[in-house]
Design a binder for this molecule. Sequence first.
Ligand code: LMR
Length: 400
Amino acid sequence: MTDALVMGQRPGLFDRLAQQPADALLAIIGLVNADPREDKIDLGVGVYKDAAGNTPILRAVKAAEKILLDTQETKTYLGSEGDVRFVALMKEMAFGAARARDERIVGLQTPGGCGALRLGAELIKATGSDARIFVGQPTWPNHVPLIGSVGLPFVDYPYYDKAAKAVTFDRMMDALEDAKAGDVVLLHGCCHNPTGADLSLDQWKAIAALVSERGLVPFIDFAYQGLGHGLEADAEGARLVVDAAEQALVAHSNDKNFGLYRERTGSLFVKGADAEQAKVIASNLTVMARTSWSMPPDHGAAIVRVVLDTPELAADWHAELKEMCARIRSLRSRIAASDPRLAYVEEQNGMFSMLPLSAEAITDLRTTESIYLAGSGRFNVAGLSDHNVDRFAAAVAKRL
Ligand code: LMR
């Protein structure tokens, strides 16, 4: 028998793999690129665009990159925790100065917010508990695949009613009544993705009380800090819940607030019951990072560190973040003013909002108007520019 024949007959390692569907959200990038129409509007993936429709590199980021180019003396390894100064800065950004000294909270740098979510999921799995992840519906479409990839079970809770355009808080709380001690509640820190509809402070307080009474473990996805009402205001709810919880996880990202998308800049923070437990958690996280990606990519975290440690750059970044927020708010106001049925868009936060459109209407927007939004009706408010926001609002109003 020839080798060729044997190769043709014996089963190959990859023979059983099934073709996987493309990620529906990321596929929009390809659809937009393939559309030759000049006036196409890409409101798919969540990236910020300026008035001219470009996704700029922030001034402070560019300046920090120049500093790094001129002064960085080595590319040697930093270790699985990543850039520890960056992590300390992010601990303060996410939790505030007082909690930044809390030894019960440990953290490490991760490849973007996704790396943080994944590592958090691995940590939960490694406890060997039968914890379930309570997840709001709708949520970011990658939450369940990403966190679920380690084999954790999910329980849905209703979060938002698309037709009523409102958070279904009472129903959310009813569903969370079923959670038992040690179960995990996935929450969006601010700028809810995909709806833009955040919890009020009173609602956060009610969740904090529930978490504390029941011994639940909040897992907060905090990917948009600063893009809602500012860095401090956006953190209020998450901080309340972390304070109330004995144990908690926070996946933090700088991909959006520093516009570092492709640099994959994030961090994971975990609160243990006490400082001793936190040390054990930290050691587990380090090993898990080592056996996943070994060490996180450095450049984005180095940029953030240089910006925040250089007072003029930090001030400029704060100004740029405010400009981004103000621009998103003004786009929201314009959409809201265009039609009373879109008035709700103004009350929401961050990059996203959700339109109560049918699947047919969303397809029709793509084919007839070259306007691309996610199949859920989510659109990236920050993807609109001054010259196309009115055309967008009119096209949507026709299909409501
Ligand atoms: C989004 O929701 O559009 C972003 O978070 C990008 C992504 O990774 O899905």
